[in-house]
Design a protein around this ligand. Structure first.
Ligand code: PEP
Ligand code: MG
Length: 535
């Protein structure tokens, strides 16, 4: 048995086989030829395509039958054919073509040869060769971005982007072991929402692939080939956590009130409409943050007004009269949608993010505002804007919202009246809280970004994990000022960043004058228990 110590990110225990994910080498820059790199990419893509075919073979065998499954075996045999492979590699080796062009040309050439044969069976194989070549090309294009897992495994990777995590088949992943991902990145937000035990700071070796492992998301430990004693201790811990979770979940159905009678609303953060029902079941008093950009990450284009309306309405109806706080698109930084060209500039976190992007792109903003107004006709909705740094941004966003309302009225479409708030997640917003408080109905403190921008510590950079500290006195001071300004203006303050789930800080947040906490659904029960324990 070997033990590795990483940084704990999401609590929970996982026992199972490790799957070590390999990434393709980077393609050469545009206009540059690098035959060695292209050959490596080609070999990588072939290995991935073979894995994919093997999985499809197994699936087809279990669901359909041997004849259907054999199609995938056949494709795999084509890729293993040494003549085919030599034909694909040769022009790449000489630098005449790219990896993609090489494999597609080989596919076409072999298919043409097969089409000239007498035997109808062999002639029909032409399409199979082309299909196999296309599979390899798709790997190179990155159009096969979904990570395919061989079964329930502990997934080990250097890092994962939010889109990849969202597209994972939940029942096939037991836990996550990442090498270089910062514990404060959006991957961690998602992992928590998915209830996945996760650890970062442990770089998996390729040889670990397939070995048995035990993961403790609470302590950050990874055990390779755990012995009996450790396996038993981890299982016991898992059972105890499930039991504690059940007890807390029962109590979570009631409001959280301190012993001295102060009430704290505990809401949930969600990224998809289906999570609203889960949040309600776990005792959430509402949705304090719907990260709508997560709806877009897996799409090839931005979801339109109708798709967004359906998603928001689903969440609103699921919450049965409790408020759903919808945040407008917060794309940019590490949240890159495939349809949004990456921003130019060295510092995307300081770039065209959040409200800056939506104000600059009304063709994104208007459909979203219309969808939110329409969903607000089905239950209580609050709307909030991310990454605000000036009153002018709020004025412009509110003006656009009013225009959308007028438009909907003119069209005879029903619209509700959401509360309007801003996220306080830049020092500028916190320092201007008095002025902003006069313009909105509520504040929501995004302590993840507030910490990043106050401390000049990139939340994505694992080397700064110690510096990026939400309990830093400067961050706490900005929280106090914000809550005070809100109180003086008679509006409420919520906290929806990770600090809200830090149970050792619940007392501080109550004292500072925070009225609402919004946390991952899985943390609602424990945070309510923490509120009840305070006097
Ligand atoms: C935050 O910054 O604290 C926040 C809640 O928003 P996100 O994590 O999505 O940037
Ligand atoms: Mg933020």
């Amino acid at each position: 048995m070997e033990k590795w110590s990483g940084i704990p990110v999401c609590p929970g225990v996982a026992l199972g086989k490790l799957y070590v994910m390999r990434r393709p080498p980077e393609p050469p820059a545009a206009g540059e030829r690098d035959p060695d790199r292209e050959l490596k990419r080609l070999a990588w893509a072939r290995a991935r395509a073979e894995e994919q075919l093997e999985e499809q073979y197994r699936l087809a065998l279990s669901r359909l039958g041997q004849d259907e499954a054999d199609i995938f075996r056949l494709h795999r045999m084509m890729l293993e054919d040494p003549d085919f492979w030599a034909a694909a590699c040769e022009p790449v080796e000489t630098g005449a073509t790219s990896a993609r062009a090489g494999v597609l040309a080989a596919g076409e050439r072999f298919a043409d040869q097969l089409r000239t044969l007498e035997d109808p069976y062999l002639r029909a194989r032409a399409e199979d060769v082309e299909e196999a070549a296309r599979l390899v090309a798709a790997q190179l294009d990155g159009t096969q971005t979904a990570i395919r897992l061989p079964g329930p495994v502990i997934l080990a990777a250097d890092s994962l982007d939010p889109g990849e995590l969202l597209n994972l088949e939940r029942d096939k992943v037991l836990g996550l072991v990442l090498g270089r991902a910062a514990p404060s990145g959006h991957w961690a937000v998602l992992a928590r929402a998915m209830g996945l035990p996760a650890v970062t700071g442990v770089a998996a070796e390729p040889e670990w692939d397939g070995r048995s492992a035990g993961l403790d998301g609470e302590t950050g430990a990874l055990y390779l080939e755990p012995d009996e004693g450790i396996s038993r201790a981890l299982s016991r811990k898992e059972n105890a956590m499930t039991l504690r979770g059940k007890e807390q979940a029962e109590a979570a159905q009631r409001p959280a009130v301190t012993r001295s009678g102060r009430k704290m609303k505990v809401c949930a953060n969600i990224g998809r409409p289906e999570e609203a029902a889960q949040a309600l079941a776990q005792g959430a008093d509402g949705v304090g943050l719907f990260r709508t950009e997560f709806l877009c990450l897996g799409w090839t284009e931005c979801p339109g007004e109708e798709e967004q309306f359906q998603a928001y309405r689903q969440a609103v109806e699921a919450m049965q009269g409790r408020t759903v706080t919808i945040r407008t698109l917060d794309l940019g930084g590490d949240k890159q949608a495939p349809w949004l060209p990456p921003e130019e500039g060295e510092n995307p976190a300081l770039g065209l993010r959040g409200i800056r992007l939506t104000l600059a792109r009304p063709e994104l903003f208007v459909p979203q505002l219309r969808a939110v107004l329409r969903a607000a006709a089905f239950g209580p909705v609050a709307l909030m804007f991310p990454m605000v740094t000036s009153p002018e941004e709020v004025r412009r966003a509110r003006a656009l919202l009013e225009q959308c309302r007028t438009q909907l009225e003119a069209e005879g479409v029903s619209a509700g009246t959401p509360e309007v708030g801003v996220m306080i997640e830049t020092p500028a917003a916190a320092l201007m809280a008095h002025e902003l408080a006069r313009m909105v109905d509520f504040f929501s403190l995004g302590t993840n970004d507030l910490t990043q921008y106050t401390l000049a510590a990139d939340r994505q950079n694992p080397a700064l994990a110690g510096l990026w500290d939400q309990r830093h006195p400067a961050v706490l001071d900005l929280i106090r000022r914000t809550a005070r300004a809100a109180r003086e203006a008679g509006i409420r303050t919520a906290v929806c960043g990770q600090l809200a789930a830090d149970r050792e800080m619940t007392a501080f947040l109550l004292e500072a004058g925070v009225d609402e906490l919004s946390v991952p659904p899985a943390d609602v029960a424990a945070v309510k228990a923490a509120v009840r324990a305070l006097d």
